[in-house]
Write a protein that binds this ligand. Structure first.
Ligand code: GDP
Ligand code: IMO
Ligand code: MG
Length: 434
């Protein structure tokens, strides 16, 4: 601290929302720096469950500033629905700030996302269908509508005059029957701009000022490092950079501010959508983990594919983002298995591999090699109470062994340990005696 980045180390859904919510208590602000409403971050407080897509998880902590940075793509209708829903549950969005530079997801982006997926036939990415890829494509092609345009009717009118006919050509070419109505889009989006204008600001300057004042700033990653557009399992990735380097650029501050990076590591691995997954378990054990872990997408409700923990993946992503600590989540889900497997390396044509090849044909040929560790009994309510009051030493011995094995292999300490869905079901090991 003061600047701490939280990054998903696998293919998303590692439990970043819960970790950020926990750490936000100590922070002055929480900043989202990439992705859009493809993210689904669940936070459970007592019996209340919150699913956040656009809003930084810090929004749930009164008094904290919640910032949506320039690197995010925003669907304004979805964002407003999320704000309205939270406010109806008594949570104020008055501390929200949205970057004037953030790009806007337009209705044609959602349509093109679907059309492009259909065109891919057998090679579908399995996107969330939220228009993320087309919105980032337009940003890179300099065809984007930004938040500063959304809040300025003249600027939006001018942009749409050019963009709507262009996007209609693309939809026609893809065989999508939709006819875009420029006037209706303008009216709808002007209304969004009017409602959101109170939150729009030069957020880079706001974050910078907080850092200069030595306030604690938390950067909330979305998706996972293996979904990074450059470093992930391309083309089965999302359309933004999900690694820690983008926390600075996507928030509009210098990378020299970043002090710490916590990698969120789920105690096993999951993936939603298509693409390679070396340690995937296709039998009953995989289904048991999915069921116990409630592995269904927060955004799309799709079942998540489950597999063993892959330390080749987490080692690779730790290197990419410079993890300084591990936030290990969902270890409770692994209770009740006789034994647990952890992948330590791959074997490719008889050679030991400890990194992820760029070429997916090679990754397909990589065979995971496992270390088998003893499992532990499921923790009951009494056991949980004891652990939460007594700490690390009260964990089942075999669970401690599992944790120590990860620490040794990743050469990093586990700083936070998730033991359940609720906010308090967490061990803070930052001051653990080694
Ligand atoms: P995110 O996208 O990385 O924020 O993760 P999601 O919220 O999509 O998925 C993680 C799921 O696991 C959510 O339903 C969380 O409530 C839940 N979760 C997070 N940490 C833990 C944990 O330590 N134990 C258990 N059992 N569930 C957890
Ligand atoms: P959080 O922040 C898991 C996946 C999609 C698909 C691919 C591309 O909750 O961890 P996109 O809609 O981004 O173009 O889809 O990326 N994906 C995620 N998987 N968690 C996420 O976010 C994801 N966001 C996108 O399933 O395979
Ligand atoms: Mg999620």
């Amino acid at each position: 601290m003061p600047a701490l980045v939280v990054i998903g180390s696998q293919w998303g859904d590692e439990g970043k929302g819960k970790i950020v919510d926990f750490l936000a208590e100590e922070a002055a602000m929480v900043v989202r720096f990439q992705g859009g409403n493809n993210a689904g971050h669940s936070v459970k407080i007592g019996e209340e469950l919150f699913a956040l897509h656009h809003l930084p998880s810090g929004i749930l902590r009164p008094g904290k500033l919640a910032v949506i940075g320039n690197g995010v793509v925003i669907d304004p209708g979805v964002l407003l629905q999320e704000i309205d829903k939270l406010e109806s549950r008594g949570i104020s969005a008055k501390n929200l700030r949205i970057s004037d530079r953030a790009n806007v997801i337009m209705p044609y982006h959602r349509l093109l996302d679907g059309a492009e997926e259909r065109m891919r036939k057998g090679a579908r990415v399995g996107t969330t269908g939220r228009g993320i890829g087309p919105a980032y494509s337009d940003k890179a092609s300099r065809l984007g509508v930004r938040m500063c345009d959304l809040v300025d009717e003249d600027a939006l009118t001018e942009k749409l005059k050019f963009l709507v006919p262009l996007k209609q050509l693309m939809l026609d070419a893809y065989g999508d029957p939709t006819k875009l109505d420029q006037a209706a889009i303008l009216k709808e989006y002007c209304e969004y701009g009017r409602r959101l204008s109170m939150y729009v600001a030069d957020t880079g300057a706001i974050v910078e000022k907080a850092l200069e004042a030595k306030k604690r700033v938390l950067f909330e990653g979305a998706q996972g490092s293996m979904l990074d557009i450059d470093h992930g399992t391309y083309p089965f990735v999302t359309s933004s950079q999900t690694v820690s380097g983008n926390a600075a650029s996507g928030s509009g501050v210098s990378p020299l501010w970043l002090d710490e990076v916590f990698g969120v590591v789920k105690a096993y691995t999951t993936r939603v959508g298509a693409g390679p997954f070396p340690t995937e378990i296709s039998d009953e054990t995989g289904r048991k983990i999915a069921e116990k872990g409630g592995e269904f997408g927060t955004t799309t409700g799709r079942p998540r594919r489950c597999g063993w923990l892959d330390l080749v993946v987490t080692g690779y992503t730790s290197r990419l983002s410079g993890f300084t600590g591990i936030a290990l989540t969902k270890i409770d889900v692994l209770g009740g298995f006789d034994e647990l497997k952890v992948c330590t390396h791959y074997s490719l044509d008889g050679k030991k591999m400890r990194t992820i090849p760029a070429d997916l044909r090679l990754l397909d040929k990589c065979e995971p090699r496992y270390r088998t560790l003893d499992g532990w009994e499921e923790i009951d309510n009494e056991g949980m109470k004891r652990i939460l009051s007594k700490g690390f030493g009260a964990l089942p011995e075999d669970m401690r062994r599992y944790i120590r094995f990860i620490e040794k292999e990743m050469e990093l300490p586990v700083v936070l340990l998730g033991l359940g869905r609720r906010r308090n079901e967490m061990l803070d090991l930052r001051k653990r005696m080694w």
